[in-house]
Design a protein around this ligand. Structure first.
Ligand SMILES: [Zn+2]
Length: 118
């Protein structure tokens, strides 16, 4: 069953708030079913978030959203990227560990590792 619309909207609003804060402008924000990642960011400015991120706690949502949005400024996980994460999400390292996806979704997955393939 899909989550209620308002939770999905709340997630998109959060993306809007973070975009202003991080001074980036995603062209499109998508919330869709994703099984292997929590989020992704394309060079074309498309932010995609996993639908079931709405079920996660707010801190983790912030972490994933800030992470993806910061990639619009810094494509890789370079030192600057980590510095920006620390600036905006001071406790991001707490989340930067493997987190179990809901049952039936195979293995432990790190949002960071799985955001990008290279
Ligand atoms: Zn990343």
């Amino acid at each position: 069953m899909p989550p209620p619309l308002h939770r999905r909207e709340a997630l998109c609003q959060k993306v809007g708030q973070w975009s202003r804060r991080l001074k980036v402008q995603p062209r499109i924000i998508r919330v869709q079913r994703m099984t292997r990642k929590w989020g992704s960011c394309s060079t074309a400015g498309i932010i995609t978030l996993a639908l079931d991120l709405v079920d996660q706690d707010a801190c983790f949502q912030d972490f994933v959203i800030a992470h993806e949005l910061l990639h619009m400024r810094t494509p890789n996980h370079v030192k600057l990227f980590k510095a920006l994460m620390s600036l905006h999400v001071p406790d991001w390292r707490r989340h930067d560990v493997n987190r179990l996806r809901p049952k039936g979704r195979a293995q432990l997955i790190s949002p960071v590792r799985l955001t990008h393939s290279g």
